[in-house]
Design a protein around this ligand. Structure first.
Ligand SMILES: C[S@@+](CC[C@H](N)C(=O)[O-])C[C@H]1O[C@@H](n2cnc3c(N)ncnc32)[C@H](O)[C@@H]1O
Length: 247
C-alpha cells in the first residue's frame, strides 16, 4: 500500500466515533433511546455508524422481527468503514450505509440519530424541524449538537459559527419546535480531550511514520493549527449536548 492510502486510512483510525463521547455515556444514551425489537433506526450524518450499529444490535436482530438500520453520509471512506464494521458483526443484512445528503432523506424511522451533523440541514433549528418529519409519531431522536459552555471568544465564533446558543437556548429551541425532552447530558472535559486527541493521533502517527512524504509539511501545519485552536480558542468554550427528544 502506498503512503497516500495510509494517510486516508489513518485520519480517523484512532476514533471510536467522531464525537466527544465515552463508552459509558454512549451506553446511557442508547438506553434512553430505547430501541425496540423490529424498530427502524436511521442515522443522518452517520460517519462510520458505530452508534447506529450499537443501536440496531440493542434492538436485536435474532428475534422474529429484526431491527433494521440505515446510515446516510456524504463521506464514502466513512461509509466503507461502516460496511466493514457491520460485516464484522454479522449486521450487514440489517444495516445499510447509503451515500447521500442527510437533508434529502425522507423515509421515516422509529429511532433517528443525528450527532454532530446539524450543519447538514443548515443549523440546529432547521435540523430540528427537518428531523420532526423523519421521526415517526411516538418515535425518538438522539440529537447531538454544539452549544456554548462559556461566552465564546471571537475566534471560537469564527470556527463554529453564530448559529450556536448556550444550553438554555438550545433547550428552548427544542421546546419551541414541538419536541419533548426525554434526556439531556453533555460531553465532559475528558470526553472532549479524548475526542481531540484521537482526532489528532491517527494523523500524528502517519506524520511520524512518513516524515518524508511530500504532504507531511501541510499535514504538520494543519495539526499544529488544530491543536492551537483547541487549547487556545475553544477548549471549555464549545460543548456538545446529547438530547433524546420525542414528539
Ligand atoms: C462530526 S461527524 C459525526 C459523525 C457521526 N454522527 C458520529 O457521531 O460518529 C459529522 C458527519 O456528517 C457528515 N456530513 C457532513 N455534511 C453532510 C451532508 N450534507 N449529508 C450527510 N452527511 C454529512 C460528515 O461526513 C461526517 O461524517
Amino acid at each position: 500500500m502506498r503512503s497516500t492510502d495510509h494517510l486516508a486510512t489513518s485520519r480517523y483510525a484512532r476514533m471510536r466515533w467522531n464525537t466527544p463521547l465515552s463508552e459509558e455515556h454512549a451506553a446511557l444514551l442508547l438506553r434512553r433511546l430505547d430501541v425496540r425489537p423490529g424498530a427502524r433506526v436511521l442515522d443522518l450524518g452517520c460517519g462510520w455508524g458505530e452508534l447506529l450499529l450499537r443501536a440496531v444490535a440493542a434492538g436485536g436482530v435474532a428475534g422474529p422481527v429484526a431491527t433494521r438500520g440505515v446510515g446516510v453520509d456524504t463521506d464514502e471512506a466513512a461509509l466503507a468503514r461502516g460496511r466493514a464494521l457491520a460485516a464484522g458483526r454479522s449486521l450487514n443484512r440489517h444495516v445499510a450505509f447509503v451515500m447521500g445528503e442527510a437533508a434529502a432523506w425522507h423515509e421515516p424511522a422509529d429511532r433517528v440519530l443525528c450527532i454532530g451533523s446539524a450543519h447538514a440541514f443548515g443549523g440546529t433549528g432547521a435540523a430540528l424541524d427537518a428531523l420532526a418529519k423523519v421521526v415517526r409519531p411516538g418515535g425518538r431522536l438522539l440529537f447531538g449538537t454544539a452549544y456554548w459552555q462559556r461566552d465564546p471568544t471571537a475566534a471560537a465564533e469564527q470556527i463554529f459559527g453564530a448559529d450556536i446558543t448556550d444550553l438554555a437556548g438550545l433547550v428552548e429551541t427544542t421546546r419551541e419546535r414541538g419536541w419533548r425532552m426525554l434526556h439531556v447530558s453533555t460531553a465532559d472535559q475528558r470526553e472532549w480531550d479524548d475526542f481531540e486527541s484521537t482526532w489528532l493521533a491517527g494523523r500524528q502517527e502517519w506524520l511520524l511514520t512518513y516524515p518524508q512524504d511530500p504532504r507531511a509539511a501541510q499535514v504538520r501545519a494543519e495539526l499544529d493549527d488544530r491543536l492551537r485552536q483547541y487549547v487556545g480558542d475553544y477548549r471549555g468554550v464549545v460543548g456538545l449536548a446529547y438530547l433524546v427528544l420525542g414528539h
